[in-house]
Design a protein around this ligand. Structure first.
Ligand code: SAH
Ligand code: SF4
Length: 392
């Protein structure tokens, strides 16, 4: 990526492209032409855009650029899952993951390098925050996935049908860029993804959820992970600022604003001995009574800086059955791409660790390893979690 101040055509939504062309004294339909060239045909060279006059192409080359993030590595899992390491302008590395299934292909996209929210079970959170991705860096992940899957050359065996903003970072803390990127993903002149198949996942940034309806009608997933404020605040510091009741109220408001009937997905990462007890499932069933929703259980995916454990399959089954008996539709996310570190919550991007928090976590981890050897109390029980709300 080059750091210029020219507008980057790959990161402009239809509305922004139209405004750009209006400023140039050009017709608004130029916006649609550019979207199609870049996002449907995969063309990044302005000279190749032959339905645009030579004069305008020259003008565009002087005043604008087309720039995408760099792909540094491409991993293929035994189960077909793909993971790409992406370098963004700040120099940080983020990850995106493609999960092929029989009837759909899901691309998991990052919105930030690192994350400031420090959830205790999340590898990205352990890194701390590094930078917000630009619109071109967010939508560009979909461009690259299409490129690697052969979509632009019309020889793709698999396609991206669904996008989930469940990679690195909190999408609603990079609000403007994520909104424009979603608009490109759902634009018929670009990727044309259905609003039902593009999902924003959030830890519950209430003021941003409240604003969401004015910018998008994408689907919504909420990372809840606990049935009460006490436990949620222990594992998700953001809960100190926006407690469960406020989050659920705000989510209901967004769902009410949609023109079709859709329900949010409640994400519940199950961590052994922390939030996986039958009583937690019963409490969750009561808590969600007022909110029509689906529940998605994600068994915790271990990573090196965490001593949390994955729950046994019997406790996942019990948890699921309690919720199903209470009338909920419940799915359990199967782990995909584990062998390439692509499973949910394992995305760490630049493992060279850019922040002090990461150093702190490493130190704490090393200390706990020592303590284990000494037979002392170990990291991993809820009262030992590092939860502070000071970075919100
Ligand atoms: N910041 C957003 C989106 C990225 S995280 C959010 O929190 O929703 C995507 C999902 O992965 C979230 O539901 C998150 O809670 C979950 N997750 C994070 N770490 C995990 C881990 N180690 N195991 C399983 N799920 C994890
Ligand atoms: Fe950030 Fe989401 Fe990870 Fe929490 S779970 S630290 S909000 S990326």
């Amino acid at each position: 990526m080059t750091a210029t101040h020219k507008p980057n055509l790959a990161g402009l939504s239809r509305a922004k492209l139209r405004a750009l062309f209006a400023d140039m004294g050009e017709k608004p339909f130029r916006a649609e032409q550019i979207l199609k060239w870049i996002h449907q045909r995969g063309v990044l060279d302005i000279d190749v855009m032959t339905d645009i006059s030579k004069d305008l192409r020259e003008k565009l080359k002087q005043t604008a650029e087309i720039s995408l993030p760099k792909i540094l590595e491409d991993f293929k899992s035994e189960d077909g899952t793909r993971k790409w390491i992406v370098e963004v302008t700040s120099g940080s590395h983020v990850e995106m993951v493609f999960i092929p299934e029989a009837r759909r292909g899901t691309l998991c996209i990052s919105s930030q390098a690192g994350c400031s929210l420090d959830c205790s079970f999340c590898a990205t959170g352990k890194q701390g925050f590094n930078s917000n991705l630009t619109v071109a860096e967010i939508a560009g992940q979909l461009w690259w996935a299409n490129y690697h899957l052969g979509v632009f050359e019309d020889k793709a065996e698999q396609r991206v049908s669904n996008v989930v903003m469940m990679g690195m970072g909190e999408p609603l803390l990079n609000f403007d860029h994520v909104m424009d990127a979603l608009s490109i993903m759902m634009d018929d002149c670009a990727y044309g993804l259905s609003k039902r198949k593009v999902t924003i996942s959030t830890s519950g940034v209430v003021p941003a959820i409240d604003r969401l309806k004015d910018y998008t009608d994408a689907s919504l997933a909420i990372s809840l992970h606990a049935p009460n404020d006490e436990l949620r605040s222990q594992i998700m510091p953001i809960n100190n600022k926006y407690p469960i009741k406020e989050v659920l109220r705000s989510v209901q408001g967004y769902m009410d604003s949609l023109s079709d009937k859709r329900v949010p997905v409640i994400e519940y990462t199950m961590i052994a001995g922390v939030n996986d007890h039958r009583q937690h499932a019963r409490e969750l069933a009561v808590l969600l009574e007022q909110l029509p929703c689906k529940i998605n259980i994600i068994p915790f995916n271990p990573f090196s800086l965490s001593d949390y454990r994955r729950p046994s399959s019997s406790s996942v089954t019990n948890f699921r059955q309690i919720l199903q008996k209470a009338g909920y539709t419940v799915t359990v996310r199967t782990t995909r791409g584990d062998d390439i570190g692509a499973a949910c919550g394992q995305l760490v991007g630049d493992v060279e660790d850019q922040t002090r928090r990461s150093e702190r976590h490493k130190r704490r981890h090393a200390e706990s390893e020592l303590a284990k050897k000494d037979g002392a109390k170990v990291f991993g029980s809820t009262d030992n979690l590092a939860v502070t709300a000071d970075r919100l």
